[in-house]
Design a protein around this ligand. Structure first.
Ligand code: 13P
Length: 252
């Protein structure tokens, strides 16, 4: 059985230490003692230290939203995975659609980041998913396959098994539109087939695949109880303790 993993991507919100400590502190009280699922908070870089502090002694983990795939060097403005680990971060989101779109991140660059995160000892959450145009052109499977194969290229099965994937259809992000649970399930199933073809069945069965895109307390259960949906990557609804708690505490 794959353990459920629910992560909050705060994007460019709650970036001051005070705001982050408030939100993380409330979540620590509400969901900090859960032991049957993984809960991750991913605030902006500037709020990582405060978030780590606020969840200390609980079962909540902290992740960053990006990193640069080098340990050090003349890369002005960038952050190495080792710096994140030194703060107490254990996860990092890689290749979010907003980074693919606004910062032109390619599969090759994302692949480099995933490998570098793993080598440093961080757990990568690699995002993928199709745009509305691609969906309308019936290209969902092509795009998803390209993102999975490109992002995990050149990796061993043992390395791939440590990666968390997040299927986030771009048209469902921040729009209030959610993929129908059965449609999302079909894509997750397809991703697992791609993983089986790339690695092997045992590896494909252990890799956790989150769904992301307008996940809310009222749709969390139907999505998260699908057999191939192993968790959620939550944007807007992770910014309020009560709504995020409502998602995290779904009962299957
Ligand atoms: P929303 O939950 O706001 O749609 O955002 C999803 C997302 O992009 C998480 O990474």
């Amino acid at each position: 059985m794959r353990r459920k993993i629910i992560a909050g991507n705060w994007k460019m919100y709650c970036g001051t230490p005070q705001e982050a400590a408030d939100l993380a502190g409330q979540l620590a009280k509400q969901v900090g003692s859960l032991t049957d699922r993984d809960v991750i908070l991913c605030p902006p870089f500037t709020a990582l230290a405060a978030t780590v502090q606020a969840v200390k002694g609980t079962n909540i983990a902290v992740g960053a939203q990006n990193m640069y795939p080098e340990s050090k060097g003349a890369f002005t403005g960038e952050i190495a995975p080792e710096f994140l680990l030194s703060l107490g971060c254990t996860y990092v989101i890689i290749g979010h659609s907003e980074r693919r779109t606004y910062f032109k991140e390619t599969n090759e660059f994302i692949n480099k980041k995933v490998k570098c995160a793993l080598a440093a000892g961080l757990n990568p959450i690699m995002c993928l998913g199709e745009t509305l145009e691609e969906r309308q052109a019936n290209k969902i499977n092509d795009v998803v396959k390209d993102h999975v194969q490109g992002g995990l290229a050149g990796m061993s099965a043992a390395e791939a098994a440590k990666v968390v994937l997040a299927y986030e259809p771009v048209w469902a992000i921040g729009t209030g539109l959610t993929a129908e649970p059965k449609d999302a399930e079909a894509v997750h199933q397809f991703i697992r087939q791609v993983l089986t073809d790339m690695f092997d069945k045992a590896t494909a069965e252990v890799i956790r695949i989150q769904y992301g895109g307008s996940v809310k307390p009222d749709n969390a259960k139907t999505l998260l109880t699908m057999p191939n949906i192993d968790g959620a990557l939550v944007g807007g609804a992770s910014l309020k303790a009560d709504s995020f708690t409502g998602i995290i505490k779904y009962e299957g």
